[in-house]
Design a protein around this ligand. Structure first.
Ligand code: GLU
Length: 290
């Protein structure tokens, strides 16, 4: 089987060393296996993405000596693909609209924690990325309440009914080339958002759909997305997709051991270029000496 990897940056800033590490990890994995390396621009958040950053990403990757196979896939050109996947999940009765604001979710959690008999849900109160676990408020709305809120024209997110989705999918596992076999634990992220009123996808749904459509066999990305993989594995099962392997690499840190921030200009590839560093030097700084 041909190995197919991808690099999937969001054009919300300039590429820095951490991105270069990720891109090189995917590129090397594919090239060493005689496989294909794809490039995908993850621009569903149209408020934060800028064409100027996308142009810069392509230019910086080429300068680093990376080449990719086939056309670049731009998520904002494929809304219909995400709508179709969402419709499948909706057809399975696994999606519900959530009208809660962030503030309402926090208030609900606080109220549950202070209730006399402690009605807070079991398990961690926060998801691994630090955001609170959604307490399921809108999952319990009656059809009538739901219809009324929709008729009012209120904003909403579309969430996955996690418990029901897991029940349907049964026990799932997935494999990481570095960390080994994993039992899927998507409940750690709770009822994740899969789309919003104005946007027919979220990160989780778009990545799962794109990796399937692009035939990615080996998902290379940073360890910061390890927890998200549990959810992606579940979505693959619900949508009847093929199951890739994953390869979550360690995150680059600065000299003080701190993780490189996404928009840390000090480590921007173009800053090194402007300083007159060679591409080979920057590849070495990004953890891939020739
Ligand atoms: N677009 C994501 C990011 O820039 C990466 C998504 C992925 O590799 O799955 O962090």
């Amino acid at each position: 089987m041909t190995v197919v990897t991808r690099f999937a940056p969001s054009p919300t800033g300039f590429l820095h060393l951490g991105h270069a590490h990720s891109a090189l990890a995917g590129w090397r994995r594919a090239r060493e296996a005689g496989g294909r390396f794809l490039l995908r621009i993850e621009d569903i958040d149209q408020t934060r993405c800028r064409p100027v950053f996308e142009d810069a990403i392509l230019e910086d990757l080429a300068w680093l000596g990376l080449d990719w196979d086939g056309p670049v896939r731009r998520q904002s050109e494929h809304w219909d693909d995400y709508r179709a996947a969402l419709a499948v999940l909706e057809g399975q009765g696994l999606i519900y609209p959530c009208f809660c604001t962030r503030r309402e979710i926090q208030a609900e959690i606080a109220a549950m924690q202070s209730a006399p008999h402690g009605s807070a849900p079991h398990g961690p109160a926060d998801t691994p990325d630090g955001s609170p676990l959604y307490p399921g408020t809108c999952r319990r709305l009656s059809p009538r309440e739901r219809a009324d809120r929709l008729a009012e024209g209120r904003a909403y997110a579309l969430r996955l009914d996690m418990a029901e989705a897991m029940r349907r999918a049964g026990r799932l596992s997935w494999a990481d080339e570095l960390a080994g076999e994993q039992v899927a634990r998507p409940e750690r992220l709770g009822d994740v958002v899969l789309a919003r009123k104005e946007t027919p996808t979220s990160y989780h749904l778009a990545v799962t759909v794109d990796d399937e459509i692009q035939g990615v066999t080996t998902v290379t990305r940073g360890l910061d997305l390890f927890e998200a993989t549990h959810v992606h594995r579940l979505l693959q099962a619900l949508l009847g997709y093929r199951v890739p392997v994953w390869r979550h690499h360690a995150l680059l840190t600065d000299a003080a051991g701190r993780r490189l921030a996404k928009r840390s200009d000090a480590a921007a590839i173009r800053a090194f270029r402007a300083e007159g560093r060679s591409a080979a030097e920057v590849r070495a700084l990004a953890g891939f000496p020739d």
